[in-house]
Design a protein around this ligand. Structure first.
Ligand code: SAM
Length: 357
């Protein structure tokens, strides 16, 4: 306290206070973006040109007074362009790509849904800071998992079949010929469904320990018309059938796992001879000093709010989202994999490791 007051540089303190105010504003504004995503305001503005408050209210079917206040917040944040003379608001194509267009590779709007859902359990996470325990997956609202599915759906649409799987020619060949594939920790099943769609002869199974996600995955498969070729099972990845799969994958799962070595060992045993295991994790280092950038800010925060905490809740390893390659290599070796290669895929967010028994 004495140092804080006596050594305070007033100029810097003012700058810091302004930065923190900006961050607080971002959190508050983030909840308005959550609402914009939820009630369809961003989508209503996409491709609509400059709109007045009344036009957007009519277009979205929402209350004019709320729409005006929401637009004011969006204009102040720079998310929409405000023309004071014409009294109009414009969502530019670039902001529409990030916030409204779920088919765009730049779409990131579903993270607001994840942030809002994570905020619901923040008091329980705070309690875990004292107890050292965690928060069970079952305590998270459904919106958290729906948001995770939306987030990864964007990634899969643009990367899974275009970049990630093609980086493993032997996997393409075996799936084209009618091989078997497993997506462990499949969540809402989007990756498994896309693999089934791309490889009509392949048989694909998704596994997850989260019952609501498995139910959603089954519904998604039904809607995608691939129910006969892809199935989803409420099964822990440590309990996979042996020698069953030519290809196995985990997308953002190992760092969440309660028993990552046990999980990877079970995956190794589930592979057929010459099988391949693809591990996708976040493109972050295990060293904090390498991660001092926006992806690090996001990943350590989500990790504390979910990844590490749900693992610790079950007495797990609690690796956390910034796993890093050294840790991945250590886990793979402990799980009995003899070959480990980082795939040469350029990706700001994801890193891919190809493992062989
Ligand atoms: C961050 S989510 C990723 C979901 C999905 N792969 C995606 O990319 O959207 C991690 C998922 O792994 C599942 N999971 C964690 N440990 C698991 C285990 N041992 N066996 C099966 N699923 C597991 C969780 O229930 C959760 O659905």
């Amino acid at each position: 306290m004495a140092d804080t007051r006596s050594k305070l540089d007033f100029g810097k303190a003012k700058e810091v206070a302004q930065k923190v105010m900006g961050d607080v504003g971002a959190v508050m504004h983030g909840m308005l973006s959550f609402i914009g995503d939820r009630v369809g305001l961003f989508k209503a503005m996409m491709d609509a040109g400059a709109l007045t408050v009344d036009q957007l209210a009519a277009r979205s079917g929402l209350n004019t007074r709320y729409v005006r206040e929401w637009l004011s917040a969006m204009a102040a944040a720079g998310y929409v362009e405000y023309d004071a003379g014409a009294q109009t608001y414009l969502l530019t194509p670039e902001y529409a790509a990030a916030l409204a267009d779920e088919d765009s590779p730049f779409f990131i709007g579903s993270y607001f849904q994840m942030a809002q859902a994570a905020a619901m359990v923040a008091p329980e996470v705070a309690q875990a800071f004292r107890s050292g325990a965690g928060v069970l997956q079952a305590q998270y609202p459904a919106g958290f998992f729906e948001a995770a599915e939306r987030n990864s759906n964007t990634r899969y649409k643009h990367k899974l079949l275009r970049k990630w799987i093609p980086a493993m020619p032997q996997v393409v060949e075996v799936l084209q010929g009618g091989g078997t594939a497993a997506d462990i920790g499949c969540g809402g099943g989007r990756a498994a469904i896309m693999i089934a769609q791309a490889f009509p002869k392949a048989r694909v199974t998704g596994f997850d320990i989260h019952a609501a996600s498995i139910e959603r995955a089954r519904r998604n498969a039904e809607a995608a018309g691939v129910r006969g070729r892809v199935s989803f099972e409420l099964t822990n990845g440590t309990q996979l059938p042996q020698r069953a799969f030519d290809f196995a994958a985990t997308f953002d799962v190992v760092h969440d796992a309660v028993d990552p070595v046990g999980l990877m060992d079970a995956i190794r045993r589930s592979l057929r001879e010459d099988g391949t295991y693809l591990v996708q994790e976040l493109n972050l280092s295990g060293e904090l000093s390498d991660n001092l950038r926006p992806l690090g800010k996001m990943a350590y925060s989500v990790s504390t709010l979910y990844c590490m905490t749900t693992s610790l809740a079950q007495g797990g390893a609690g690796i956390g989202a910034a796993m890093g390659e050294a840790k991945a290599r250590e886990l793979a070796a402990a799980a009995g994999f003899s070959r480990f290669a980082r795939l040469p895929v350029q990706d700001d967010f994801a890193v891919l490791y190809e493992l062989r028994p």
